[in-house]
Design a protein around this ligand. Structure first.
Ligand code: T6T
Length: 314
C-alpha cells in the first residue's frame, strides 16, 4: 500500500568480525559512494555522531564520482596506515573486493554500509535497506497510484554491479508481474547520471505513448527522470516513483513531479555501521547483517512523515 511502512529491523548475530583479537586502534575511516550527495551526507552525519559517542575518531573519504576506479584510489591510500575499521559503501560488488581485502589483510575490520560486495565473506557486518523489498514496495505503490488504468512502465537502474539499485530493480520487476495492467518495457541503465535518466525518459515517452509509470531506483536517477518529464510536459501524467528522500526529491514530491518516494534511513545505516565497527574492534559480538527501515512517502502522507526526509547537516 502507498502508505505502508516497511519496518524490517534486526539481523543475524555473528561472531566478532573475523579474528577475535582486540586492537586499540580508535581510528575509523568511512568511504562513501560519491561526494556532495544527500544520501551519503545523511549517512556520514549518523556515523559521525556514533563515533563521537563511542570516543572514536572518524574521517570520511569521498570519491568525486560513483565509480569503482576512483573509490579504489581512496581505499588503496589506506594501505600502510590501516584504520581500526574501514566502513565502506562498495560502488561495485566485484571490483571493490580486492582493494577492500588488501586493507582487511592489514588488520582493519570491514563493515559495509548501504551497498555490499557479492562475496559476503569479506565484511564482518553489513547494514543496508532491504533493497529487494524496496523495489517491491515501489511496484505496489505504483500499482495503487495507477488503479484500474493500464499502460507501459519504465524501470531506470543505475550501473550494473551496484548491489542496492540492482536489487531494487529485480524486486520491482518481480512484483510488477502481479499487476497485469502494468506492462514493463524493460530496464535502462543511467550510469547514475541525471542527464542520462532524463534522456531515457524522453526516449521512452516517444517509443511508448501509453507510458503510465516510471520507477527510478535512486536519487540521481529520480531527479533526472523528473527533468525528463518536465521537458516532455508530462509531469503528473506519468506516475514517477523515486527512491530516497533528498531535499530536491522531497520538493518534487510536494510539487507533484514525483507521486511517491521510497525513503531509506541513511543516518541509521551510518550510525549502525560505526556501532558494528566499534564492536568488531573491541572484540565484542557483531551482527553480520542488519536491515534498516524503508518508508513509502506520498503527497498525502509526507507532512506527517517529515522525519524521513534526509537531513543535510550534522
Ligand atoms: O540510493 C542511494 C544508495 O542507497 C545507493 O546505493 C546509491 O544511490 C544513492 O546513494 C542515492 O543516490
Amino acid at each position: 500500500a502507498a502508505t505502508a511502512l516497511l519496518a524490517a529491523c534486526g539481523g543475524q548475530v555473528g561472531d566478532t568480525g573475523g579474528d577475535a583479537e582486540q586492537t586499540d586502534n580508535k581510528n575509523l575511516v568511512l568511504v562513501t559512494g560519491t561526494q556532495n550527495e544527500p544520501f551519503y551526507i545523511s549517512l556520514r552525519c549518523g556515523a559521525e555522531a556514533a563515533a563521537e559517542q563511542a570516543g572514536y575518531q572518524i574521517t570520511t573519504q569521498e570519491p568525486a564520482k560513483f565509480d569503482a576506479t576512483l573509490q579504489t584510489e581512496k581505499v588503496n591510500a589506506l594501505v600502510g596506515n590501516p584504520p581500526g575499521a574501514l566502513i565502506i559503501a562498495p560502488t561495485d560488488e566485484n571490483a571493490m573486493k580486492a582493494p577492500i581485502e588488501q586493507v582487511k589483510n592489514q588488520g582493519s575490520k570491514i563493515v559495509e554500509v548501504d551497498t555490499a560486495l557479492a562475496d559476503d565473506s569479506v565484511a564482518a557486518s553489513s547494514i543496508s535497506s532491504d533493497n529487494t523489498e524496496g523495489g517491491k514496495l515501489a511496484a505496489q505503490t505504483l500499482a495503487e497510484l495507477v488503479g484500474e488504468e493500464s499502460g507501459s512502465v519504465l524501470l531506470l537502474d543505475t550501473i550494473a554491479g551496484t548491489s542496492t539499485t540492482n536489487e531494487r530493480a529485480a524486486g520491482f520487476e518481480e512484483e510488477l508481474q502481479n499487476y497485469p495492467n502494468l506492462k514493463s518495457v524493460g530496464v535502462q541503465f543511467t550510469d547514475n547520471e541525471p542527464a542520462e535518466a532524463a534522456g531515457e525518459v524522453t526516449a521512452a515517452i516517444s517509443a511508448h505513448p501509453d507510458l503510465i509509470g516510471i520507477f527510478a531506483t535512486n536519487l540521481n536517477t529520480g531527479e533526472g527522470a523528473a527533468t525528463g518529464l518536465r521537458n516532455a510536459g508530462k509531469v503528473g501524467e506519468v506516475n514517477l516513483v523515486g527512491f530516497d528522500a533528498s531535499p530536491s526529491e522531497v520538493d518534487g514530491l510536494r510539487k507533484g513531479e514525483f507521486q511517491a518516494l521510497i525513503a531509506q534511513d541513511p543516518a541509521a545505516i551510518g550510525r549502525q555501521g560505526v556501532e558494528q565497527a566499534v564492536s568488531a574492534i573491541e572484540g565484542k559480538s557483531v551482527e553480520r547483517k542488519i536491515t534498516a527501515d524503508l518508508h513509502a512517502l506520498t503527497q498525502e502522507n509526507m507532512t506527517a512523515n517529515e522525519e524521513y526526509f534526509y537531513k543535510q547537516q550534522c
